[in-house]
Design a protein around this ligand. Sequence first.
Ligand SMILES: [Zn+2]
Ligand SMILES: [Zn+2]
Length: 145
Amino acid sequence: MRRWADALIHLHLDPAVWSFGFDNAKTRAGLCNYTEHRITVSRHLASRFEDDEIHQVLLHEVAHAMAGPRAGHGPRWKAIAREIGYTGKRLHDGEIATELAPWVGTCPAGHVHYRYRRPARPLACGRCSRRYDPAHAIDWVKRAA
Ligand SMILES: [Zn+2]
Ligand SMILES: [Zn+2]
């Protein structure tokens, strides 16, 4: 796992600048820290994931490092991620998409949602209701940077 991470950093980033490590996060799999130029993967999740999935987590974070902090999960990040082999099947909703999103929303049932911008219109929880229903409206809070 560390070997793959180092290999990816050598292949796509400057190994003199970027490094890899583990962290203790429980709610997300990976993190790209632009301040410390460090890509980390959660120990807890790494121990539960299949090799393929860990590889995908690494690609996801390496793509963040390449795309830069302002790209978020937008088109630039997506293009880079795809190019380096991220297929992003099940990893993208929830756990992994949370690492950069400043807006955190909660529905009345407690489902947590993440957005990069404050939603312009009221949103209902997609897990509680297929269509917009004010009874399942999400309450948004901006978290501290
Ligand atoms: Zn991400
Ligand atoms: Zn809900």
